[in-house]
Design a protein around this ligand. Structure first.
Ligand code: FAD
Ligand code: NAD
Length: 466
């Protein structure tokens, strides 16, 4: 009889755990994945990336029809009305299709889904629904959950103060949505409900939106979202909230201190970040602790300090992004099976899927300047023929290169297709490209991506179209 039931057990079937489990099975190891939800795919597929993108896409279509954008192309419409239930049904169909797809992939790759909440009994034993399962290696991929804001209690069922899960499921367009937190979730969900007709106010603690992004990008973001009708209260904190019936009253104060004001809203979205999810996992039983931010610390091969236990995805340090979790899933599988795995944590793109999209990879200009001398090339989307033709003038591409070696250190883009455009920048950086390499790579015309080439040409001071 084998010493263990499985070679590897993953706990959590989000982009980290499900991708890791499939790759581990592909590499010939007997694999199981524990998941407590009714469906596979984790936060990302169930209540994150996918449903939010479905609503972003649908609300863009609605706005195009309702605000006259389509009329510009000679498309005449009658009275445009929103059927929110149909939009929500479209979202649900996308989620169902993709989560069901993971179940199919598990069967195809012979990954066992252990249904229920997993708890460590010891480092090689996980208890699920009252049964013990043993494995030579256990990988924690339990993801993250919403960071609560003291004094502002979320109740998704009531639908007045909600988190991202509640904001994805509203059955009525709010009159006034107040978003607490001008980060990725706040701006994506704020954009959805603004486009569908809500008045939206974003309350952000810091002086700018989108922390972590390049300074120019953050400044431009404020201009663009204001133009789109989002009211921004920057440098402001929410100190209290009360709910009476279907109405919330928020108390706001300047972040640096000062007189308080109140704000009424029929919906409040709390989006101040996410924190690693380790509750109920029984880490104490295996002698594994978390750091001050609640994360599990790992070495480069994702080993924790407990022999036989590794961790990946949102539960460990680094950006909380699905593609980062996926790449770590593949790498941990390959480390376990072969001893070698690869994730380049310096080249992980980030994208905000608003319209336009905000994207970046590598260092911000501020970070790069701190490290040494740099050259910067910047090209406005207004001067890109395709963006201009499509009436998408907002944004720019910025390439940051080392002044001596010309090696690309970071690329930032605001454009309708920035999320797609940033992929070439990531690939270039992965191959150690210089700005000259990008500038001399032929880019198809007319495409938004030509702006990347022109920004790279700008590093040498020689763009053509400005
Ligand atoms: P998760 O996806 O959180 O999966 C962990 C899974 O583990 C969950 O299904 C949970 O039920 C399960 N679990 C936890 N504990 C246990 C246990 N003890 N036993 C059994 N099961 C357990 N990222 C992007 O890159 N792009 C986006 O567009 C994007 N949009 C987002 C939109 C929203 C609204 C949110 C909330 C997040 C978004 N993210 C996005 C972030 C992305 O969802 C996460 O980075 C990603 O899901 C992390 O993957 P993970 O595998 O580490 O964890
Ligand atoms: P975030 O960290 O992106 O933004 C939170 C914002 O809230 C920050 O700007 C912060 O300064 C602000 N804040 C914190 N406390 C506050 C307070 N008391 N009052 C007002 N503002 C306050 O977090 P998020 O938007 O909640 O998203 C969580 C995670 O999910 C992120 O790490 C992100 O990577 C991931 N995510 C990614 C995508 C994407 O890739 N497109 C989409 C959604 C979520």
């Amino acid at each position: 009889m084998a010493e263990y039931d499985y070679d590897v057990i993953f706990i959590g079937a989000g982009p980290g755990g499900y991708v890791g489990a499939i790759r581990t099975a592909q590499l010939g190891l007997k694999t199981a994945c524990v998941e407590a939800r009714e469906t596979l795919g984790g936060t990302c597929l169930n209540v994150g990336c996918i449903p939010s993108k479905a609503l972003l896409h649908g609300s863009e279509k609605f706005a195009e029809a309702a605000n006259g954008t389509l009329a510009r192309y000679g498309i005449k419409l009658g009275k445009v009305e929103l059927d929110l239930a149909a939009l929500q049904a479209d979202k649900a169909e996308a989620v169902k299709g993709l989560t069901g797809g993971i179940e199919f992939l598990f069967k195809k790759n012979k990954v066992d889904w252990l249904k229920g909440y997993g708890t460590f009994k010891d480092a090689h034993t996980v208890t699920v629904a009252g049964k013990d399962y043993t494995a030579k290696e256990v990988v924690i991929a339990t993801g993250s959950s919403v960071t609560p804001l003291p004094g502002v209690e979320v109740d998704n069922d009531k639908g007045v103060i909600v988190d991202s899960t509640g904001a994805l499921a509203l059955s009525k367009v709010p009159e006034h949505l107040v978003v607490i937190g001008g980060g990725v979730i706040g701006l994506e969900m704020g954009s959805v409900w603004r486009r569908l007709g809500a008045k939206v106010t974003v309350v952000e603690f810091l002086d700018q939106l989108l922390p972590g992004m390049d300074g120019d990008v953050r400044k431009e973001a404020a201009k663009i979202f204001k133009k789109q009708g989002l009211e921004l209260k920057l440098g402001t904190k929410v100190t209290a909230a009360s709910v009476k019936g279907k109405q919330a009253t928020l108390t706001l104060e300047p972040a640096k201190g000062g007189p308080a004001e109140t704000l009424e809203a029929d919906c409040v979205l709390v989006a101040i970040g996410r924190r690693p999810h380790t509750a109920g996992l029984g880490l104490d039983k295996i002698g594994l602790d978390v750091n001050a931010r609640g994360q599990i610390e790992t070495g480069p091969d994702f080993r924790t300090k407990v022999d036989g236990v590794r961790a990946i995805g949102d539960v460990i340090p680094g950006p909380m992004l699905a593609h980062k979790a996926e790449d770590e899933g593949i790498a941990v599988a390959e480390y376990i099976a072969t001893g070698v795995g690869i994730v380049n944590h310096d080249v992980i793109p980030g994208v905000v899927y608003t319209n336009p999209e905000f994207a970046g990879v590598g260092l911000t200009e501020e970070q790069a300047r701190e490290k040494g001398e740099i050259k910067v090339g910047k090209f406005p989307m207004m001067a890109n023929s395709r963006a201009k033709t499509n009436h998408e003038p907002d944004g720019f591409v910025k390439v940051i290169a080392d002044a001596k070696t010309d090696k690309v250190l970071g690329v930032w883009a605001i454009a309708s297709l920035a999320g797609t455009m940033i992929a070439e920048a990531a690939l270039a950086m992965e191959f150690g490209a210089t700005s000259e390499d990008i500038a001399y790579t032929c880019h198809a015309h007319p495409t938004h991506s030509e702006a990347v080439k022109e920004a790279a040409m700008g590093v040498m001071g020689k763009p053509i179209h400005i």
